[in-house]
Design a protein around this ligand. Structure first.
Ligand code: PNS
Length: 162
């Protein structure tokens, strides 16, 4: 029984993240989807509770996944939830450059290994930052995010942009 941690900001969750979760659910027995936040410095588009609620809604039809908000080091979260591995999605070589350094740091700090999952090329250009930017100006991002996130973005930016 292998349990994995998928950590990230997920502000907001997009279809690339969903693809990585679905690949992890095929490869491993249990997934902990961890929204990493700094509770003392609330920032970002959606708050921790909103990000968790959007993920719970998005993954409501999957089994083997739990969602939560956590603070602190990824390795400490992994230890707290009993994860065997950290899973990270890779879109590009640029992602790999950053992620391999974090993977080595995390392994040297705690012994936990990171397993990289190549993202579906269909989503290789998708990022939360650009989702936020386009949505804030009233642009169409419906094809890039799960339906609950699309609705939340529309609600958040109602009356702005166009
Ligand atoms: O979705 P993001 O913003 O790329 O997620 C980055 C995240 C949350 C995984 C990263 O910032 C992180 O690991 N934060 C926790 C702090 C930590 O463990 N730092 C050591 C990294 S070697």
């Amino acid at each position: 029984m292998a349990k994995v941690l998928i950590p990230g900001s997920f502000d907001p969750l997009h279809n690339g993240h969903v693809d990585v979760v679905d690949q992890a659910l095929e490869l491993f027995d249990e997934v902990v989807f961890a929204v990493l936040v700094n509770f003392s410095k609330p920032s970002g588009l959606f708050g921790p509770d909103e990000r968790v609620a959007l993920a719970v809604d998005t993954f409501s039809d999957r089994s083997g996944i739990t969602v939560g908000a956590f603070e602190g080091l990824v390795v400490d979260v992994a230890s707290a939830v009993g994860a065997d591995f950290i899973v990270k999605g890779l879109r590009t070589a640029a992602d790999y450059d950053i992620e391999q350094q974090m993977a080595h740091m995390n392994r040297s700090a705690s012994g936990i290994r990171t397993v990289f999952v190549p993202c579906n090329p269909e989503f290789s250009f998708v990022s939360s930052r650009f989702i936020r930017e386009i949505a804030s100006h009233g642009g169409d991002i419906d094809h890039l995010v799960p339906a609950p996130v699309s609705a939340a973005l529309t609600d958040r930016f109602a009356g702005r942009g166009q």
